[in-house]
Design a protein around this ligand. Structure first.
Ligand code: FAD
Length: 135
């Protein structure tokens, strides 16, 4: 199983309906391919964690690259994972305040090789805690 985290820029003027469509597609398609994760939308950016079988996650990510509702996708972290971090929920959109992205965005400055797996896991744990506290 792998876990992939990416950021992308939302298409300018993206409507609530368009975001809802993305969510609907995710909810419909991801369980079928065994992918869980979280999709965060806020501050004109998307952040998505996809976790599941390697082929399924990679195929989905490649498909997402062609979606015009976002652009400039950047993988922040991709690693093998023994357990799901988001097993209890498939996809949710949180229109979070841009500031809340900040501590995650720091990971962007140290993309891929420079982000130590433990730093990533700790950052994500904190983030999940924060998300759960909001719901
Ligand atoms: P449907 O779900 O049947 O499509 C529903 C409707 O969405 C269509 O009628 C159309 O109006 C609209 N639509 C579909 N594709 C596009 C497109 N490329 N551009 C504009 N409008 C479109 N899909 C997933 O399955 N899982 C994910 O986790 C996921 N995450 C995403 C994250 C982001 C940030 C974005 C931008 C998109 C994401 N998508 C995800 C959507 C994905 O890119 C495809 O649009 C979707 O998988 C198509 O699903 P479908 O063929 O079942 O179409």
């Amino acid at each position: 199983m792998i876990r992939l985290l990416y950021f992308s820029h939302a298409m300018p003027g993206l409507s609530d309906d368009q975001v809802r469509n993305i969510l609907q597609s995710s909810r419909k398609n991801n369980p079928v391919i065994g992918v869980t994760g979280v999709l965060i939308y806020g501050g004109d950016m998307f952040m998505q964690v996809l976790e599941g079988p390697e082929q399924a996650v990679l195929r989905l990510y490649v498909k997402l690259l062609d979606d015009r509702r976002h652009s400039n996708s950047q993988i922040v972290q991709m690693s093998y994972a023994k357990e799901r971090m988001f097993q209890n929920w498939s996809m949710g959109v949180i229109k979070t305040n841009p500031l809340k992205f900040e501590h995650i965005k720091k990971l962007l400055d140290h993309r891929l090789e420079a982000v130590h797996a433990e730093v990533f896991a700790e950052t994500m744990r904190e983030f999940v805690k924060q998300l759960n506290a909001e719901h």
